[in-house]
Design a protein around this ligand. Sequence first.
Ligand SMILES: *Cc1c(COP(=O)(O)O)cnc(C)c1O
Length: 233
Amino acid sequence: MTSISQNLALVQERIAAAAAKSGRRPEDICLVAVTKTVPPERIKEALAAGVQHIGENRVQEAAAKIESIPSGVTWHLIGHLQRNKAKQAIQIFDLIHSLDSLRLAKMLQKRAKELERTVNCLVEVNVAGEESKHGIIPDQLLPLLRQVSLLPQLSVRGLMTVAPYVKDPEEVRPIFRQLREMAHEIDKLKLPGVSMEELSMGMSGDFEVAIEEGATMVRVGSAIFGARDYSEN
Ligand SMILES: *Cc1c(COP(=O)(O)O)cnc(C)c1O
């Protein structure tokens, strides 16, 4: 076994254990393998080992790799999206995790209409209100969703958050819990075009706690591919 397939097997075991601990089924949790800075050869190793979902942070980087990746993979955009990349993002990605403003939503609507496509997206919430993070602040979530609900080409499937980096993942449990509670409240409103079936939360350092708090998608990079090498970027 390669180290990627070993790492992947370990991550899958940890997902299964966290699911069992919280009375959930492991198959209800989607593993998004985060491939930023990872070259196509190593991504293909992960695909051969069973990865089906890949997450990239940047549209340009994904565009450069997509030709060398076999079709049938589900592509997730997990990083910030600039409006001038909206069209390309719609063409590459199956799910955009980082919708965080009405301006971006309107641009996605415009481009999606031109392309005759529906855009599946999650709204990124900056739950902890960190200055350095993208995502909408919790107070603005509902006003944004009410507006996005009016955009016919946009289908909101849930919420996403990036928790603060901490040593002990227990420290960010309240963040994940708050995201789940927000989703629960929004779900009750039954806004057209807005469902709350997905909660994208949890990374290499904290995905078990996120699963215990209801994550349906975890975004895991370094636990699968090892520490990232940014030197060529
Ligand atoms: C890089 C990244 C991840 C994966 O981080 P790891 O700690 O390597 O698992 C997940 N989500 C987002 C938004 C990222 O940018």
